[in-house]
Write a protein of this length. Structure first.
Length: 269
């Protein structure tokens, strides 16, 4: 992978991690275009995912500090911050189960072929469009039940082409949660799973030897891709929060439908 290719793929990851168009799906498309092999793609994917998590910490640092401060206060019952943190913890249960017990099984069955990406992009489009037209009664706060259901949507997004942010935000909207709260919750709930997965991958690489950390890709392209993902992630995270507040997810639904159909037609020809 050249430095230019790494920068372009880092930009793809940073932008699509937050925009509801599937980062895994677009990275699969970009990998096919650049001819990146599986081992190389895995190493690079870990790096750019960590970069986008760091961009979340930068953009939402006030909310994170608010939660951390509230965690250490106790007046006999759970406060708002503790309830919010508990909701994030509950939302992590499904993806934790899938990540530990079923991730390899799911990847072995579905792989990362462009046909699967196309089909999952159509599913993402259906979720976004349906949530745009649905108008359930609004709730003030994200309940623990809703947090678990949103977590189920995040767990399903291990499939390439099924957008994590699109699935979680659309599911939250269909459950009646306010759009002003959903983007922030969606971005915060992914931080622990991605960091946990990255740590496990790093430990695995350390056991296999130092060369496994950058196998198939040079250090300079890896750092360039990391920086591109971090910068574009910061921009996309802030942009996506405003998009959700304005209720303009349907445009991304149309985009996912168009790309998904194009991939399916391309594979059937």
């Amino acid at each position: 992978m050249s430095t230019i290719e790494a920068i372009l793929m880092g930009l793809v990851q940073g932008l699509t991690e937050y925009l509801p168009v599937s980062s895994s799906g677009h990275l699969t498309i970009a990998s096919a275009l650049f001819g990146v092999d599986g081992e190389q793609n895995l190493t690079f994917t870990i790096a750019v995912h960590v970069a986008t998590v760091l961009s979340t910490l930068v953009i939402l640092w006030k909310e994170i500090v608010w939660i951390l401060k509230g965690l250490f206060k106790w007046d006999g019952s759970l406060n708002v911050e503790q309830r919010y943190a508990l909701s994030i913890l509950v939302s992590m249960i499904p993806v934790g189960i899938v990540g530990v017990f079923f991730k390899d099984y799911v990847e072995a069955i579905f792989g990362s072929g462009l046909l699967i990406v196309g089909c999952c992009l159509l599913l993402t489009a259906a979720l976004l469009i349906f949530s745009y037209y649905a108008h359930p009664r609004q709730k003030e706060n994200i309940s623990l039940r809703d947090a678990f259901v949103i977590g189920l949507a995040q767990a399903a997004a291990v499939l390439p082409g099924l957008s994590r942010s699109g699935s979680t935000i659309a599911t939250g909207l269909l459950l009646g949660n306010k759009k002003e709260r959903l983007a922030q919750f969606s971005f915060l709930m992914v931080i622990p799973p991605i960091l946990g997965e990255a740590m496990l991958d790093v430990l695995k690489a350390m056991k296999e030897g130092s060369e496994a950390v950058t196998a198939g890709i040079g250090l300079v392209p890896l750092m360039a891709g990391f920086a591109a993902a971090f910068i574009s992630g910061c921009l996309a995270c802030r942009w996506m929060i405003n998009i959700v507040r304005q209720g303009k997810l349907i445009y991304f639904g149309i985009y996912c439908a168009a790309v998904g159909l194009a991939l399916i037609i391309f594979n059937l020809l």
